[in-house]
Write a protein that binds this ligand. Structure first.
Ligand SMILES: Cc1cc2nc3c(=O)[nH]c(=O)nc-3n(C[C@H](O)[C@H](O)[C@H](O)COP(=O)(O)O)c2cc1C
Length: 88
């Protein structure tokens, strides 16, 4: 990889209506740290994403099942109450 292409990592980019300050994007994750049996987001999840957040960056956070049958494991997040997204 040339130094020129590495340098572009740290330049702004527009994605739809948002402008990122750099181009390092964290992809979707299923870290399996949700509460069992509720599927609620936990403080551990909040800390995990907070540690990886950066100014002007983008994190695509946590897969979240919309029904219990869709959970990939007992520790995956379940999106049944809007309060879940406010906890992370
Ligand atoms: C919902 C979802 C959850 C994911 N969870 C993880 C994960 O926990 N760990 C991981 O290494 N990759 C996970 N991936 C895969 C990465 O997002 C990504 O696809 C992978 O790093 C390869 O990147 P690429 O698809 O751009 O080639 C997940 C993908 C999706 C769609």
């Amino acid at each position: 990889m040339s130094s020129q292409s590495l340098g572009s990592l740290f330049t702004p980019v527009e994605i739809g209506q948002i402008t990122l300050k750099h181009r390092i994007v964290m992809p979707a994750m299923s870290r399996l740290r949700a509460h069992w049996p509720s599927g609620d987001a936990t403080n551990l999840m909040r800390d995990f994403y907070a540690q990886r957040a950066s100014e002007g960056g983008l994190i695509i956070a946590e897969a979240s099942a919309i029904a219990g049958e869709g959970r990939s494991s007992t520790a995956s997040q379940l999106e049944q109450q809007s309060a879940h997204t406010q906890q992370v």
